[in-house]
Design a protein around this ligand. Structure first.
Ligand code: PGA
Length: 257
């Protein structure tokens, strides 16, 4: 079945893999992965391994695989010790940037406003943000999931015109499902993805809502990938732990959709 929106299988490596390990990953990954026209693979290694990842993808001549950064700072340059800018990422051939991941929000204190500046800068630079949203367990238990996600979306996309959102991807990642082995149920995923799509219809328009890709992330593994991809409004997966193993990630990317 041809899908309305091209699915994306994104790997978030977090703070794992040296340059050497990155090269070894791609050797086995490309050794086993067929080239798919109907899906896109995006790999987000740490900053230090982006150049090596780019080289490997080039060496294997794979158009279906792109690289992403896990974060960026919104200023082009300046006295910002420890930060990396968009021109620096563009020079490395980065096409996607993960923004607002819950680990950045909760461990590093990233705010909605900071995320909003970054989304704007990434859109203006012509790269695709993968904007992460998701509720904590206490928020879900208090039945505040939609409200929390609505606030995160409104804050991150505030003041952005519709034409700036070209290429925007949303990743729904319930905080309680990240790295815990607890996957949201099919009903929970379907409900939140439908809510996110309707949020775009209300706050922008139905054409944008129809085109925007919404990924699910949180304990995605080989044994649940195809099932999650079968849920309405799921346009792809954002995979942490299970993307570190080339063999497992090949199988996830190759899952039946
Ligand atoms: P996980 O991480 O697949 O290890 O749960 C997902 C993420 O943090 O993006």
């Amino acid at each position: 079945m041809l899908r309305k929106r091209q699915p994306i299988f994104a790997a978030n490596w977090k703070m794992y893999k040296t340059i050497q390990e990155t090269r070894a990953f791609f050797a086995s990954f490309f050794g086993a992965l067929s080239e798919y026209a109907d899906r896109k693979t995006v790999i987000a290694p740490p900053f230090t391994a982006l150049a090596a990842a780019r080289e490997e993808i080039g060496a294997f001549k794979r158009q279906d695989v792109s690289i992403a950064a896990q974060n960026v700072f919104f200023e082009e340059q300046g006295a910002y010790t420890g930060e990396v800018s968009l021109p620096m990422l563009q020079e490395l051939g980065v096409e996607f940037v993960i923004l607002g991941h819950s680990e950045r929000r909760h461990i590093f204190g990233e705010t909605d406003m900071g995320v909003a500046f970054k989304v704007r800068a990434v859109c203006e630079a012509g790269l695709c943000p993968i904007l992460c949203v998701g509720e904590r367990l206490s928020e879900r238990e208090a039945e505040r999931t939609n409200m929390v996600i609505g606030i995160q979306l409104a804050a991150a996309l505030a003041a952005l015109p519709e034409n700036a959102l070209h290429g925007l991807i949303i990743a729904y990642e319930p905080v309680w499902a990240i790295g815990t082995g607890k996957v949201a149920s099919a009903e929970q995923i379907a409900q939140v993805h439908a809510f996110i799509r309707s949020w775009f219809a209300v706050h922008f328009n139905s054409a944008l809502a129809e085109n925007i890709r919404i990924l699910y992330g949180g304990s995605v593994k080989l044994n649940n990938a195809a099932q999650i991809m079968g849920i309405a409004d799921v346009d792809g997966l954002l995979v942490g732990g299970a993307s570190l193993d080339a063999g497992e990630f090949v199988k996830i990317v190759s899952c039946e959709i």
